[in-house]
Design a protein around this ligand. Structure first.
Ligand SMILES: Cc1cc2nc3c(=O)[nH]c(=O)nc-3n(C[C@H](O)[C@H](O)[C@H](O)COP(=O)(O)OP(=O)(O)OC[C@H]3O[C@@H](n4cnc5c(N)ncnc54)[C@H](O)[C@@H]3O)c2cc1C
Length: 347
C-alpha cells in the first residue's frame, strides 16, 4: 500500500504556481490507478491560506502544512526540515514534487535523511501491474526508459511541463499544521531581495505556445553578397514582441554572440537548444536560418509541431526532422509574418 505524498511550495503571493499544480495532477492520477494507496498533500510556505483554499476540491486524505515566515522563500536548510517533517508524519513511501529549482536542490538531501532513493527528470508516471512506474529520457532525450524501484521511500521529481496541471474547485479543507522550529543554524542564509530582468529583456519564456529558433544563417551573407545582421535583429525582436514566443538559438549562432562579434546581442548560451543546450517543451516550434543538424534537432524532442524555414531544400529539417519545411528566405517570410501580426497578436 503506497502512501503518496505530493509536496508543493507556495509562491511569493501565496498561490500555487503551475508546476505545483502539475505535481498535484500527477499524484492524483497515480493515486486513482494505484489500488489501496493514500494521497497526502504537503504544503510549505510563508502563508498557505490561499493554497489550501485552492486545493479544497482536491480530495486528499490528509493535508500537512509547514507554514511561517522562515519558509516563505527558498532556502535549503528550512525547506529540507519542512519536507522531512511532512514525509515522516505521513509515513511516505512515494514522494512526488515538480522539479522546480527549490525542490531540485532540497529533496536530494531529504532523500538521504529519510534513507530513501530519488529520481529526477521523470516525464511520466503510471501504475503498471500495481507498481509505481516512471519514464525518463537518457542520452540527451534520444532513449526513453521506464522503470520502478522496490526501495522506499522513493522521491520522484517530475519535469515541469510534462503532465497536465490539476484544475479543480476551491473550497475548505481540514489541515494539520506541523510544528517545525528551525534552529538558528538553519537560518544563516537570508533572502535580501529579488533581481529579475525587465519583462521585455526576457526572451526565454517556458510557458509560450511557440518556440522561435534562430540559426546562424541570420548572420551569413545573403543573395546580395552582404550580411544583414541589424535587419535580422529587428525582424526577430519584432516577432518576439508581437507573438510573445520564446527564443531559442542554434549553437553556431550563440557561439558567435559569445565571441563578441557584432551579431544578435540578445542571444546567449541560455538560448541554445540541442544536445549541449536546452530541451524545451512548447506546443509548436519554428526554426529559421538553422540547418537542423542532429545535435541541434535532438533538443526538439518534446516540441509538439515542428516547422522550419530554410533556403536549402536539402537541409536537415527536410530529412524527417520537421513536420513542415518552407523552402524560402526567412528574411522575407518573417517580414511578412510580422506585417500580418500587425501591432500585436499571437503566433
Ligand atoms: C558534440 C556536439 C554537440 C552539439 N550540440 C549542439 C547543440 O546543443 N545545439 C546546436 O544548435 N548545435 C549543436 N552542435 C552543432 C551542430 O552540429 C551544428 O553545427 C549547428 O547546430 C549548426 O547551426 P546552424 O544550423 O545555425 O548553422 P549552419 O549550419 O551554418 O546553417 C545555417 C542555415 O541557414 C540557412 N540560411 C541562410 N540564409 C537563410 C535565409 N535567408 N533564409 C533561410 N535560411 C537561410 C542555410 O541554408 C543553412 O542551412 C553540436 C555539435 C557537436 C559536435
Amino acid at each position: 500500500m503506497e502512501a503518496i505524498v505530493v509536496l508543493a511550495h507556495t509562491e511569493a503571493d501565496g498561490a500555487l504556481a503551475r508546476p505545483a499544480r502539475e505535481a498535484l495532477g500527477a499524484a492524483k492520477s497515480l493515486h486513482e490507478t494505484l489500488e489501496g494507496s493514500t494521497l497526502i498533500v504537503g504544503l510549505v510556505g510563508g502563508d498557505v491560506t490561499a493554497a489550501t483554499e485552492a486545493i479544497g476540491g482536491y480530495g486528499a486524505d490528509r493535508v500537512l502544512v509547514v507554514e511561517g515566515a522562515e519558509f516563505s522563500s527558498s532556502r535549503y536548510a528550512t525547506d529540507a526540515l519542512a519536507a522531512e517533517a511532512i514525509c515522516r508524519e505521513a509515513g511516505a513511501t512515494v514522494i512526488l514534487a515538480t522539479g522546480t529549482s527549490r525542490w531540485a536542490r532540497t529533496l536530494p538531501g531529504v532523500a538521504h535523511r529519510l534513507g530513501g532513493r530519488m529520481d529526477t527528470h521523470a516525464t511520466d508516471l503510471s501504475a503498471v501491474d500495481g507498481a509505481v512506474t516512471i519514464a525518463r529520457w537518457y542520452y540527451r532525450q534520444r532513449m526513453e526508459a521506464t522503470f520502478r524501484r522496490t526501495h522506499r521511500p522513493w522521491i520522484i521529481l517530475v519535469d515541469p511541463g510534462c503532465v497536465a496541471p490539476w484544475e479543480g474547485a476551491a473550497g475548505t479543507t481540514s489541515l494539520q499544521r506541523l510544528p517545525v522550529e528551525p534552529p538558528a543554524s538553519c537560518l544563516r542564509t537570508t533572502a535580501t531581495g529579488l533581481q529579475a530582468p525587465a519583462d521585455d529583456a526576457q526572451t526565454i519564456r517556458p510557458d509560450a505556445d511557440l518556440l522561435f529558433v534562430a540559426g546562424a544563417g541570420w548572420t551569413k551573407a545573403q543573395p546580395d553578397g552582404k550580411a544583414h545582421v541589424a535587419d535580422a535583429a529587428a525582424l526577430i525582436l519584432d516577432f518576439l514582441r508581437k507573438s510573445q514566443s520564446s527564443l531559442g538559438g542554434s549553437k553556431s549562432l550563440v557561439d558567435l554572440s559569445g565571441e563578441g562579434q557584432a551579431v544578435l546581442p540578445f542571444m546567449t548560451h541560455l538560448n541554445q537548444i540541442g544536445q549541449t543546450g536546452a530541451t524545451p517543451r512548447h506546443p509548436k516550434g519554428l526554426a529559421t536560418c538553422c540547418h537542423g543538424e542532429e545535435p541541434h534537432a535532438v533538443g526538439w524532442r518534446f516540441i509538439g509541431e515542428r516547422r522550419a524555414v530554410n533556403l536549402d531544400p536539402n537541409c536537415g529539417w527536410a530529412r524527417g526532422k520537421a513536420d513542415v519545411l518552407y523552402v524560402a528566405d526567412a528574411f522575407a517570410v518573417m517580414a511578412k509574418v510580422n506585417a500580418l501580426l500587425g501591432g500585436g497578436g499571437s503566433a
